[in-house]
Design a protein around this ligand. Structure first.
Ligand SMILES: Cc1cc2nc3c(=O)[nH]c(=O)nc-3n(C[C@H](O)[C@H](O)[C@H](O)COP(=O)(O)OP(=O)(O)OC[C@H]3O[C@@H](n4cnc5c(N)ncnc54)[C@H](O)[C@@H]3O)c2cc1C
Length: 584
């Protein structure tokens, strides 16, 4: 492999094709377009492909993409291809895996079945149409997307930031998780690793300064707050004197970002306030496969970055790393206050604050949060868990996705589920993938305790059926045990149900316990305070999916227009108007 010279090749593309014409054409197409940066190697059979994979691994050659042709092993495709792709995943967890098919092959039932099966089992990232002319830009679109995703997932690319910290410290984990969820490429070095020690000594720092963040332009941040880190990265964390808007959106998850895109694109002056990371819960999802238009799935962080940029180019103002702690209404204005005491006002507000992870409430485990115990999928930790024993608690899709992602790196992954089956709570495609990936599923079993010396080392499990309790060695525990809205900071007038979900629209009218102040009925997504809307997971009755959050965030803007444009806010109940007149 050519690794000499100023620009050594980044990795290898492996093509496994039985037909010599296809093999030569695809190899040539790849070499012509990517030859300066990637080596291309071709094999004629799955046996050859498997042998090549092992020898390349032994020689430590990075592989970016493996393309294997349907039909390469004839009738044995059903067994050989899944085995080959599985081997790729075991040896090269980040390499992108594509099944090569001819244009129109989806009309051929065996090929269509093969594609569906390999996708369902998570054996391939997608199917790739064999190039049929040169250059074939459709072919290259898939390949360049593969390369971008591979580059983002590996450390071969120049990183914008480098973090040096203690491997198992809570704050190191928080910083890395924040960076991953905001889509910031970064490197992490444990402070006791040779590279970590070298960086600290070159910067004249010691272990008491950890964690340390180095920005690519040479700046060094010592134990920065989230806001300091965001500012150093060029993110807006202050209002800059401009504090009057048509719409303030609280929360930048899928619902808030969709509201921002639609509002700004339709000319509303819009501010989005987000306390943590762009993308909300979706930002922690390693692969969203059910969002319309992304046939081979998209990572939550990637989707969020695209939406953020889309809103930004339409002119949305963002205030990040700032939590909204209060809303007061002085018609026609609603005034929003942040935890830093800043205020902004708007004639309409959209609450898109989603839900937060439910806590497990077990002292021994809570004490190790960030030190082996993690809430959420925490993509940032997965690579560090290569060869580790990992437990995931939860029976929903988010737990299933986390288990699948962790299985790429961990020695063993165990899914702990309280219910007697996964059928009610997890999509069929995910439970199939879990079974195929060899993830151990323990039904009706819960984690009841855990401990370790400064980090998680063992957990105690309890079988609800047999009543048995025992302890197992564990390097990490991921908790995805449901979520709840954190809405206690909202004023009492914005009424919520007993779980904290915000009540909107028809539910307000239907519920005699709620109080609606106007003659006109509330708009579909309007809360009990006219002009304040709720969208996405925080709203009672929402479907709790990315697409529905995006849908509500989009739909609410027409209601905001209706509210702002037709004087709906002035339409008070007659008895209230009289009471107001008397009070004058
Ligand atoms: C690991 C995981 C995987 C998932 N996978 C899928 C999937 O594959 N497909 C699917 O359809 N759904 C999936 N979901 C569910 C989906 O992510 C949610 O339904 C969706 O993100 C809800 O969007 P939202 O905007 O309503 O809320 P959220 O995504 O929860 O976003 C709310 C945002 O508001 C911010 N916020 C909260 N309070 C304040 C405040 N006071 N001030 C400022 N900001 C605040 C939060 O920091 C957060 O960023 C997954 C969820 C998880 C956790």
């Amino acid at each position: 492999m050519n690794t000499s010279g100023p620009n050594p090749v980044r990795g290898l593309m492996l093509v496994v094709e039985g037909d010599i014409g296809n093999r030569d054409r695809i190899s040539e197409e790849l070499r012509r377009r990517y030859g300066a940066d990637y080596d291309v190697r071709a094999e004629a059979s799955t046996e050859g492909g498997l042998a090549a994979l092992q020898s390349l691994r032994d020689e430590n050659v990075p592989i970016a993409v493996v393309l294997c042709g349907a039909g390469v092993s004839g009738d044995r495709d059903e067994e050989d291809l899944p085995a080959l792709f599985e081997r790729v995943r075991a040896l090269y967890p980040d390499a992108k895996r594509g099944l090569l098919v001819d244009w129109g092959a989806w009309a051929d039932p065996p090929t269509a079945q093969l594609i569906l099966r390999l996708m369902a089992l998570g054996r391939i990232d997608y199917y790739v149409l064999r190039p049929w002319r040169s250059p074939d830009e459709y072919f290259h679109r898939t390949i360049t997307e593969f390369l971008l995703e591979w580059e983002r997932a590996t450390s071969l690319v120049t990183r914008e930031l480098t973090v040096v910290g203690e491997a198992w410290s809570q704050r190191s984990h928080e910083l890395r998780s924040l960076l991953v969820r905001n889509g910031v490429l970064h490197l992490f070095h444990a402070s006791d690793s040779p590279r970590g020690r070298q960086i600290l000594s070159e910067a004249g720092l010691s272990d008491s300064d950890l964690p340390v963040v180095l920005i690519h332009d040479g700046r060094v941040l010592v134990n920065p707050t989230n806001a300091e880190l965001a500012e150093a990265y060029g993110v807006q964390t202050h209002l800059d004197g401009d504090d009057d808007f048509d719409l303030i959106v609280v929360g930048a998850g899928p619902a808030g970002l969709a509201a921002a895109v639609y509002a700004s694109s339709e000319g509303l002056r819009t501010l989005v306030v987000e306390r943590e990371s762009i993308g909300g819960q979706a930002g922690s999802s390693s692969l969203i496969r059910n969002f319309l238009g992304f046939a081979r799935g998209i990572s939550g962080a990637d989707l969020a970055q695209r939406a953020y940029q889309q809103a930004w180019v339409f002119g949305t103002n963002f205030l990040l790393m700032r939590e909204v702690v209060g809303i007061t209404s002085e018609p026609p204005w609603h005034v929003v206050t942040t935890s830093h005491g800043e205020q902004a006002r708007a004639r309409a507000v959209a609450l898109a604050t989603g839900v937060s992870y439910r806590r497990i409430g077990i002292g021994g485990l809570e004490a190790l949060t960030g030190s082996g115990v993690f809430y959420g999928a925490s993509v940032s930790e997965a690579r560090a868990l290569t060869g580790a024993d990992v437990f995931v608690v939860g029976g929903g899709n988010s737990a299933g996705q986390a288990a699948m992602y962790l299985a790429r790196f961990a020695r063993a992954v165990t899914l702990l589920v309280r219910r007697p089956s996964l059928a009610e709570s997890m999509s069929q495609y995910l439970s199939d993938e879990i079974a195929a990936a060899g993830i151990r599923v323990r039904l009706q079993t819960e984690a009841v305790d855990g401990g370790g010396d400064g980090r998680l080392q063992q957990i105690t499990l309890h079988d609800r059926r047999s009543g048995e309790t025992w302890t197992e060695q564990a390097d990490a525990l991921f908790l995805l045990i449901g979520a709840e809205p954190r809405t206690s900071w909202l004023p009492a007038e914005i009424q919520r149900d007993r779980w904290g979900y915000v009540i909107t629209g028809r539910d307000i009218i239907a519920d005699p316990a709620t109080d609606w102040p106007l003659e006109r009925p509330p708009l579909m997504l309007e809360t009990c305070v006219p002009g304040i809307f709720a969208v996405g997971d925080v709203r009672r009755g929402s479907v709790q999916r990315v697409a529905s959050a995006v849908g509500e965030g989009s739909v609410v803007i027409s209601q905001v227009h209706e509210f702002l444009g037709s004087g709906l806010s002035a339409n008070v109940r007659p008895e209230q108007a009289a009471a107001t007149d008397e009070g004058r």
